[in-house]
Design a protein around this ligand. Structure first.
Ligand code: FE
Ligand code: FE
Ligand code: ZN
Length: 280
């Protein structure tokens, strides 16, 4: 069985997230460790975190994925913006000590006119500042759609960032299906070819998680807009082939699709488990 879940909110508590995940048959999930807009974070409730970890161990729901705030730009030209990203991610990684052995995902950011080489260098430098031999998480760089001046929109750039990281055992990649498709990688008609390219430039052994999203916009649109599973330009058949691909099927998979409530995710989990669902 695949390991699949969705993005959940910790607003009702940490243990509650694990219970919500169980209620929709999820066996992993993703969450923010702080307000996604990246402002000041309140202290983590350690008892709640320990209760969640106990539940996750008991019900075989590990690993889980924490996501860095969307608004951070680790490769910004403005040093204050860059410092803020370093501060927020550094604090998040301390928080990951309450969820040891899990995954922490971030967006490499936008170079905003400095050129991709500068963006690659700043992102790698940030990782080299933050990562320590005792960092409690594996930090994942997310593949991006290449919107605007985003870096990480090509496997070559992703590989280049990774190669510059000193603590290799602490970094990996999260592949977002919407992002790679929008970036121009045809996972609909040539999944094997895309995985070959991933392996050549990054290494399939670096792939630690998937974000499973359909895409509102077509191949190579460079637009990062997620669609519900089966309702975008990737489609259910291609996503089913992807989650069942032998190179991918053992990875934790996170839905980040637009949904009104948990029942929407429950339905998508059913779809990706291969259960026929009416009225798609
Ligand atoms: Fe993301
Ligand atoms: Fe994503
Ligand atoms: Zn996205």
């Amino acid at each position: 069985m695949i390991r699949i879940g969705c993005h959940l909110s910790p607003s009702k508590g940490l243990l509650r997230m694990g219970q919500d995940a169980l209620s929709i048959r999820a066996n992993t999930f993703q969450f923010f460790l702080r307000n996604p807009r990246g402002s000041k974070a309140k202290a983590l409730d350690q008892e709640d975190a320990a209760a969640l970890m106990a539940l996750l161990r008991e019900r075989d729901m590990l690993p889980i994925v924490a996501h860095a705030p969307y608004t951070l730009n680790p490769c910004a030209a403005d040093p204050r913006v860059q410092e803020f990203a370093a501060m927020a991610m550094g604090d998040d990684l301390v928080r990951m000590g309450s969820f040891p052995g899990n995954l922490y995902n971030f967006h490499p950011g936008s170079h905003v006119g400095q050129g991709s080489e500068a963006g690659i260098e700043k992102t790698a430098a940030l990782l080299n500042t933050l990562l320590k031999p005792d960092t409690a998480a594996t930090v994942l760089i997310e593949t991006m759609a290449g919107q605007g001046s985003e870096i990480g929109g090509t496997f070559e750039e992703m590989g280049e960032i990774l190669r510059r990281v000193e603590l290799q055992e602490k970094v990996g990649v999260c592949l977002d299906t919407c992002h790679v498709f929008a970036a121009g990688y045809d996972i609909v008609y040539d999944l094997n070819g895309v995985l070959e390219q991933f392996d050549r430039h990054i290494g399939l052994d670096r792939l630690k998680a998937l974000h499973v999203n359909d895409s509102l916009f077509p191949l190579e649109s460079h637009k990062d807009r997620h669609a519900p599973i089966g309702k975008g330009c990737i489609g259910l058949d291609a996503l089913l082939a992807l989650v069942n691909h032998p190179a991918l099927t053992q990875l934790p998979m996170i839905l980040e699709t637009p949904q009104e409530d948990l029942s929407g995710y429950a339905r998508e989990i059913g779809l990706l488990l291969g259960e026929a669902v009416d009225n798609l």
